[in-house]
Design a protein around this ligand. Structure first.
Ligand SMILES: [Zn+2]
Length: 80
């Protein structure tokens, strides 16, 4: 569905418009927590007050040119 969401009865329906900050047709959030942190990723920024965004998953994993270490969770590796 394209266009702004319709208000849903019984819900607040407040909106947050996240900008296409890098001109790449994405609204990119970047986690600022320490590497290897537990729980969801998190970005906090100011926009008419504090905005806190939390999410699971890393979109960099979908990009072939992402510079990331292979931290595949292997149950066979004995590093205990
Ligand atoms: Zn994170």
């Amino acid at each position: 569905m394209w266009g702004p969401p319709e208000d849903v009865p019984g819900e607040c329906n407040a909106q947050l418009h996240i900008a296409d900050d890098y001109g790449d047709n994405h609204a990119t959030m970047r986690c600022s927590l320490p590497p290897g942190h537990e729980g969801p990723h998190k970005e906090v920024y100011q926009h008419k007050g504090e905005v806190v965004v939390t999410w699971h998953g890393d979109d960099r994993e979908d990009e072939s040119d992402a510079e990331e270490d292979d931290d595949v969770e292997s149950e066979d590796s004995a590093d205990a």
